[in-house]
Design a protein around this ligand. Structure first.
Ligand code: ADP
Ligand code: SF4
Length: 740
């Protein structure tokens, strides 16, 4: 098979003529060629799409400038404030990440939340700070970098009120009436209560906002936010269930809105000559307000403050609902929370919606929903999204897949990572860029074995560097696990991981892609490349957990035990089916969902204390739990599965081996550990000819260590970045604190 592929390479130009019509008809359907010819060569069409450099006039409206108070946004692409996991301690990381978005064409780039005073301290989560003059230079670094590219820089000033922790500052929390918002923010529950704010506190609160605004102005910011949303500071005054005051700051809606109005007006007086004042506001809680005479309190507040700020930034009140994953929402899902705002104000309105399609963006503007297209996740996945639209390269947009791995980085207290964009967070410390990569430094040829996320990213990035690359994939389709998992309920957008890369590979002259090519050691040696990269993935095991140490041990040797791989291959377990989940991410619940779709009765069992326990990190936990309840999945928490005889399963509490229970069931799907498919890799390493041929061998992605898709993409990219480079022991720069 392999030798026939080699000879086929020589007749590529003939094949181009033969297949030209088929390519036009089936531009993405490699299996069509495969069925006809028994193999596929992808590099035979060499027209680079980057030849097209003009934007579609339909998108002109996105590139119109927008006046925001005293400043002008050069276009409608607006990076809304969002946490990037690099707090005040990482000024270079923050500046570099945001500069690249300015370079990529975003007209406005904002910081994440930036505390105005130690009485609002979100430690251990990574947040920005504007506490004293020494904080200014950290921000100036970012502002200068953003201005360098002609974009505006905004800062999201923030006081959490009773909705933060003050774990570092140890100052008492304060709020409108001493009622703390009882946030169900997963994994982040505060024990601290807050005290009611006195008139002096309110005066301080206003003064701290003004002082922070003045510092922001001297850092060079163009847009300065007051954050009156999401359960924070001034927003707590707006909500009647948190504001029980009887003074001029409580009671009527006008009174509850007073503090927000005062802060905007104070800030305008202090810095409004050159800086726009933006008001960030959550509408959803107020839209549900019971007993209001008018349509909703959110309408009334917008009407009350209508033209007070220079910009309305409207969002939803909890991060978990604002950044729902694609499994649970379509893009544009925020529209009902925002669309009532524009008719109530003459000021520009920005909102988000995980927009990656320029047509959707144009529709938002033309239908009068938004003036500025807000983005966090789409700008993380593709910092160059605006430039690509401007240059007529929409098909090269690296579309966000809505997986929320970025969110988990922030919760982990580390710079965000992204499934689609392996360079995010690495801009400064490793010098990685989402669009550019250093050229090849040798004529070495590379064979990448396996066309899953790791192999695809590796081949693409090596191809960009200019190496001669061959990618061989065993199956008749590229994408590996994403091609399989994107067929699971709600995960269709995950196929974008494959499609973005195959779309670019298709036009690369120096990358050959072969399908239906399961390589062996001898075929790899015979091929004669300089570098072999093994990206053969991993497989699910049916190992279970040892009840003592919670280590994996061999599973039940019984025919009614399945893994997710068995399910992907069409297994039909007899019900009731136990899904035993000690993987703790999406797959257990996805298996349950799939089985319910197949009409099976499903019992979800896990040693953890929550369904899909890890997913509080990426904001999916409550959606997954609700979905399981809606589907009628029976849930059993904090139990080990200890025995199964084919019809009865035994469970034991994770806290005590006492009172084991048994359940009648037809089969079990174990969602636990994965093991690398590294047989080929180790065989190669052990082959005597490898050294004599001078072949380097490296495993990447799941073959190297099983992990999430983001890790596989990162690993493939890292290999490509490092080829022909001596990597130092410490492979990146470190942000160092300033010593006094
Ligand atoms: P990763 O996430 O690390 O990219 P995947 O499991 O998604 O891993 O992809 C691995 C890919 O490697 C799969 O598409 C699989 O078909 C392919 N593969 C496995 N073994 C071979 C082999 N010997 N030759 C070519 N491709 C292989
Ligand atoms: Fe989008 Fe996922 Fe990247 Fe976040 S991690 S930006 S959700 S692709």
């Amino acid at each position: 098979m392999w030798s026939s592929l080699l000879s086929c390479d020589n007749v590529a130009s003939e094949l181009r003529n033969i297949l030209a019509k088929d390519w036009v008809d089936y531009p993405y359907d490699f299996s069509h060629f495969s069925a006809r010819l028994g193999f596929t060569i992808m590099n035979i069409f060499t027209q680079p799409s980057s030849d097209v450099q003009r934007r579609d006039p339909r998108y002109d409206i996105l590139f119109e400038s927008v006046q925001i108070g005293p400043v002008t946004a050069p276009n409608r692409f607006y990076c809304t404030p969002h946490a990037i996991g690099a707090g005040q301690q990482m000024p270079h990381t923050r500046a570099a990440m945001r500069e690249i978005r300015a370079e990529g064409g975003w007209g406005v780039i904002n910081t994440g939340y930036c505390s105005i005073h130690p009485s609002s301290d979100d430690t251990p989560l990574p947040f920005g700070r504007m506490w004293d003059d020494d904080d200014i230079k950290v921000h100036a670094l970012m502002v200068d970098a953003v201005h360098e590219h002609g974009s505006l820089a905004g800062v999201e000033l923030w006081h959490g009120g009773g909705g933060t922790g003050n774990k570092l500052s140890r100052m008492p929390l304060m709020s409108a009436s001493g009622i703390s918002s009882n946030s169900r923010y997963p994994g982040w529950i505060n024990l601290a209560q807050s005290r009611p704010m006195s008139k002096d506190d309110i005066a301080d609160f206003r003064r701290w906002h003004v002082n922070a605004a003045k510092r922001a102005k001297s850092a060079g910011f163009d847009i300065i936010y007051i954050y009156s949303g999401m359960g924070f500071g001034p927003y707590q005054f707006l909500l009647p269930w948190l504001n029980k005051r009887e003074d001029e700051y409580g009671g009527s809606l006008k009174n509850r809105a007073r503090l927000t109005r005062e802060i905007v007006e104070d800030m305008r007086d202090a810095v409004g000559d050159s800086c726009a004042i933006a008001l960030r506001f959550s509408s959803d809680e107020l839209m549900k307000l019971p007993g209001e005479l008018h349509e909703t309190a959110a309408h009334d507040i917008i009407a009350e403050l209508s033209d007070v700020p220079d910009l309305w930034d409207v969002k939803s009140s909890s991060w978990a609902t604002e950044t729902r994953s694609a499994r649970f929402t379509e893009s544009g899902a925020q529209e009902p929370l925002v669309k009532f705002v524009k008719p109530l104000t003459d000021k520009p309105v920005v909102g988000v919606g995980r927009f990656t399609s320029p047509d959707d963006m144009v529709s938002q503007i033309k239908r009068g929903v938004l003036d500025l297209i807000g983005a966090a996740r789409p700008s993380i996945a593709d910092p160059f999204l605006p430039r690509k639209i401007d240059e007529g390269r929409e098909d090269e947009i690296r579309e966000c897949i809505g997986c929320n791995i970025c969110v988990s980085g922030y919760h982990d207290g580390v710079p965000i990572r992204c499934t689609q964009n392996p360079t995010v967070g690495e801009e400064w410390r490793r010098g990685w860029h989402p669009e550019r990569i250093k050229p090849a430094t040798s004529n070495g040829t590379v064979l990448v074995v396996g066309g899953g996320p790791a192999g695809l990213e590796c081949a693409l990035s090596l191809g960009k560097r200019g190496y001669q690359v061959t990618l061989a994939e065993a199956r008749d389709q590229l994408g590996g696990r994403v091609s399989i998992e994107s067929k699971l309920p709600g995960l269709a957008s995950w196929a974008r991981v494959r499609d973005y890369r195959t779309n670019l590979l298709r036009v690369m002259k120096n990358v050959d892609v072969y399908l239906n090519s399961e390589l062996t050691v001898s075929e790899i040696l015979e091929f004669g490349c300089d570098h072999a990269v093994i990206a053969t993935g991993a497989h699910w095991t049916d190992d279970i957990l040892d009840v003592n140490g919670a280590f994996p041990i061999p599973g039940f040797k019984c025919k009614n035990v399945f893994t997710p791989d068995d399910m992907f291959s069409g297994a039909d377990p007899s019900g009731p089916v136990i899904v035993y989940d000690f993987n703790y991410y999406y797959m257990g619940s996805s298996m349950a969902e799939l089985l319910v779709e197949q009409g099976k009765e499903v019992i979800y069992v896990t040693p953890a204390n929550a369904v899909a326990a890890w997913t509080f990190m990426n904001n999916e936990a409550s959606d997954i739990r609700s979905r399981m309840m809606d589907l009628g999945v029976k849930i059993i928490l904090e139990q080990y599965l200890t025995a199964f005889d084919g019809s009865k399963a035994h469970l034991e509490s994770v806290y005590s081996g006492q009172n084991p229970t048994s359940l009648n069931c037809g089969s079990i799907v174990v969602v636990g550990n994965r093991r690398s498919n590294d047989g080929l890799y180790h065989e190669l390493l052990g082959n005597a000819n490898v050294q004599s041929l001078g072949l380097t061998v490296q495993s990447i992605g799941d073959c190297n260590v099983p992990g999430i898709i983001a890790h596989a993409i990162y690993s493939g990219h890292e290999y490509a970045q490092n080829l022909d480079t001596k990597v130092p022991d410490i492979p990146f720069k470190i942000e160092r604190p300033l010593l006094y």
